[in-house]
Write a protein that binds this ligand. Structure first.
Ligand SMILES: NC(=O)c1ccc[n+]([C@@H]2O[C@H](COP(=O)([O-])OP(=O)(O)OC[C@H]3O[C@@H](n4cnc5c(N)ncnc54)[C@H](OP(=O)(O)O)[C@@H]3O)[C@@H](O)[C@H]2O)c1
Length: 316
């Protein structure tokens, strides 16, 4: 135990971090041990991680001192921020900066920062193809993560920048699944036109992160994109139809229409889909399927994910 390398995992009770903790624990001989960070070590999810063999420690990304304590003695750290808990890009940037500085102070030798593109590099604020949101963002939950890359560089901590993809679990937990239209026909509504959406089983993000840590310094300083499939809305709807035994159409609304849907974050997500649609070749190329599978050969395809999860997709 003593000679195993400690990986401090932010968001360990959640989707990405949870996948990483499970990947570490599943590989008892792999030379790593998981330190799960949570705001509440007494929660059911935290206790389940402890029961499974993780070290569980208290930390809050809003409290840098707690991060410094939680990272102390760790060899590696997986860092993620939680936009949908607060909808504030400024907070995301501040949290990421605190994570980077805490990792540096603790002497962590390898950080993975779960990031996304700063879309303003492709679409400056004065580009009126999509509205500017919150004063200085195009896709707030992307832009702040991309902007935060520099915080890790500035902190001088050895970092791999992990570009994630759309979680297929959004169809289960995020209200993104098929819903009946006015005529009762089930439809998957996404403003992607005929372009391809890189997607992933969220556990595969954690497994990919584990593979990066296991590879040692090879990926330090690099940007690594992960996805299990690149599929059009039509292809996803067809795959869902096969898996669910129900006809599901693809409803390719325009991003401008999606932005008016009125749920919290609709404008942000409308812009996000438009970015992915309008810069599709570059967005997909940054998540090369062959490279992702070379890193993590067990990466699920959408059909494989559906075979295990279709029954969990709520259908309105
Ligand atoms: N949905 C997608 O398709 C998608 C795709 C790419 C990227 N993302 C990004 O993924 C990020 C969220 O990651 P996730 O889905 O893995 O998270 P998640 O499942 O929503 O939550 C992760 C865990 O974070 C912990 N947490 C929340 N606030 C915290 C705080 N202040 N300090 C410490 N821990 C805190 C919570 O644990 P405790 O309650 O135990 O503290 C929670 O269980 C978002 O920023 C989102 O933009 C999402």
């Amino acid at each position: 135990m003593a000679d195993r390398r400690v990986v401090a995992v932010v968001g360990a009770t959640g989707a990405q971090g949870g996948g990483l903790v499970r990947a570490i624990l599943a590989d008892a001989g792999g030379g790593f041990t998981a330190r799960a960070l949570t705001r509440d070590p007494s929660s059911d999810k935290a206790r389940a991680l402890a029961d499974a063999g993780a070290e569980v420690v208290a930390a809050d990304v809003d409290d840098q001192a707690s991060l410094a304590r939680a990272f102390a003695g760790a060899d590696a750290a997986f860092c993620v921020t939680f936009f949908w808990d607060h909808f504030s890009p400024e907070k995301e940037l501040a949290n990421a900066t605190a994570l980077a500085r805490a990792a540096k102070a603790a002497g962590v030798s390898h950080v993975i920062w779960s990031t996304l593109e700063d879309t303003r590099r492709w679409m400056p604020l004065d580009d009126d193809r999509m509205p500017t949101l919150m004063g200085k963002y195009k896709v707030p939950h992307f832009d702040a993560k991309g902007e935060a890359n520099q915080a890790f560089v500035d902190a001088g901590v050895p970092t791999t920048f992990l570009l994630t993809s759309f979680f297929w679990e959004n169809f289960i937990f995020f209200g993104s699944g098929p819903a009946p239209g006015p005529d009762g026909t089930l439809a998957l509504t996404m403003p992607m036109g005929d372009q391809k959406l890189p997607g992933i089983a969220v556990d595969d993000i954690g497994r990919s992160a584990y593979a990066i840590f296991k590879a040692g310094p090879r990926y330090v300083g690099q940007t690594v994109g992960v996805a299990g499939d690149h599929l059009t809305g039509q292809e996803m709807a067809a795959a869902m139809s096969r898996a669910l035994g129900r006809t599901i159409a693809y409803n390719a609304v325009e991003p401008a229409v999606f932005r008016t849907f009125g749920f919290p974050g609709a404008e942000d997500l409308g812009n996000m889909f438009q970015f992915k649609r309008d810069f599709n070749a570059q967005f997909c190329a940054a998540r090369d399927l062959q490279k992702a599978r070379a890193l993590h050969p067990g990466m699920l395809t959408f059909d494989q994910w559906l075979a295990a999860n279709a029954g969990r997709i709520p259908i309105g």
